[in-house]
Ligand binder design. Structure first.
Ligand SMILES: Nc1ncnc2c1ncn2[C@@H]1O[C@H](COP(=O)(O)OP(=O)(O)OP(=O)(O)O)[C@@H](O)[C@H]1O
Ligand code: SF4
Ligand SMILES: [Mg+2]
Length: 341
């Protein structure tokens, strides 16, 4: 669905249909520009958690963001959703920078789906109550249209209409995550940011939830930012991927390039160590050697230098910039030797 400019809320008597055709990727929808985020680190000190982060997601596109624990993925997600104000940099929707205090419409446009669907759902509210309250609050449906939209949302996320009268405790983890996704979709977002949406789920349902995100992208034409430390999961559904290390994007490009022929030594190592979605058929995977340096003790040169098998003296002295890879592709990599990989 190409959401387009929304009419004022008081002119929306009933919600428009949710399911329409996919416009295809292309138009930049949500963009992060030069994000910089720091946090306090003891009296008088701050450390940089996110630095120089720039990327965009288009209509009908899934962008995967991957990287080890602590590299800044959730911090970026919170900035995208307007829950955290970056020290500098902007988030733009359709080319328009979003204000530090977003309007209700702007909040609707970017919805966050969290890792743990249980703690993000109120156990005392039925699914119907949650959805009806949201739809009413945002003036998206009333009267008979409320029930119709609730049923539509259940269908959209692959649940039966009967699920509307259930409470969170009566559902499995996978079903609860579907409910959390329905809640995010209820306000008709233009972008859904999913922060580790499968990592709290049983392995047997992870692939089904990933398939649901791909289906929603295709049916609704929304942009999806899928954040995961699991490269195999992102590979499953994303169109493009950004790899983060120590608060920076170190490689970004089309899925085939990133997963088929990674350029950056860190991407290669992460890919080699990635678990598969079906562990029953999995072979032992090599582990990524060492731990990332502390955010408070970043190397001066390349952040991957202490762990990199390709490192040379220049890497310790000079930080590499995120620059286009050779061959005219859309891929960018931050490695002094990106042209030789
Ligand atoms: N509110 C905060 N105050 C202080 N430090 C924070 C805060 N939020 C995050 N951090 C720190 O910022 C860094 C990035 O954290 P973030 O949660 O974004 O990482 P992540 O990539 O999402 O990790 P994970 O894969 O474990 O979820 C970490 O060092 C973390 O400890
Ligand atoms: S710049 Fe050097 S240390 Fe950094 S990834 Fe490239 S080869 Fe490794
Ligand atoms: Mg996180």
């Amino acid at each position: 669905m190409s959401p387009g400019p929304r009419p004022p809320l008081d002119q929306v008597p009933t919600a428009p249909p949710l399911v329409t055709g996919r416009p295809g990727p292309g138009r930049p929808l949500l963009a992060a520009n030069d994000l910089y985020v720091s946090f306090p680190a003891g009296p008088g000190h701050r450390f940089t958690a996110v630095e120089d982060v720039t990327f965009s997601v288009s209509e009908g596109e899934t962008l995967g963001i991957v990287g080890e624990s602590g590299c800044g993925k959730s911090t970026v997600a919170k900035c995208l959703a307007g829950l955290l104000r970056p020290d500098s940099g902007t988030i733009s929707l359709r080319g328009v920078p979003l204000a530090a205090r977003r309007s209700r419409q702007q909040h609707r446009a970017v919805q966050l789906v969290f890792q743990d669907p249980y703690s993000s759902l109120n156990p005392r509210l039925s699914v119907r109550s949650v959805l009806e309250e949201l739809l009413s609050l945002h003036g998206l449906a009333r009267g008979e249209a409320l029930d119709r939209r609730c049923r539509e949302l259940m269908t959209l996320v692959g649940l039966s209409e009967g699920a509307l009268d259930g409470y969170p405790s009566s559902f499995s983890g996978g079903q609860r995550q579907r409910i959390a996704i329905a809640r995010a979709l209820a306000v008709e977002p233009e972008v859904v940011v999913a922060d580790e949406p499968i990592s709290a789920l049983d392995v047997s349902v992870q692939a089904a939830i990933l398939a649901l995100f791909a289906d929603l992208r295709d049916r609704l034409g929304i942009g999806i930012v899928l954040i995961s430390h699991n490269l195999a999961a992102v590979r499953h559904v994303c169109d493009r991927a950004a790899v983060m290390y120590l608060g920076r994007i170190i490689e970004v490009g089309d899925k085939e390039e990133i997963f088929g022929a990674p350029l950056h030594p860190y991407t290669k190592a992460l890919l080699a160590a990635a678990p598969r979605l079906r562990p029953a058929t999995d072979r032992p995977r090599p582990r990524l050697k060492g731990e990332p340096p502390s955010m408070t003790a970043r190397p001066n040169g390349c952040p991957f230098y202490p762990r990199c098998p390709r490192a040379e003296p220049v890497c310790e002295a000079k930080p590499p910039q995120l620059l286009p890879a050779p061959g005219g592709s859309r891929r960018l990599a931050a490695c002094h030797f990106r042209e030789e990989q």
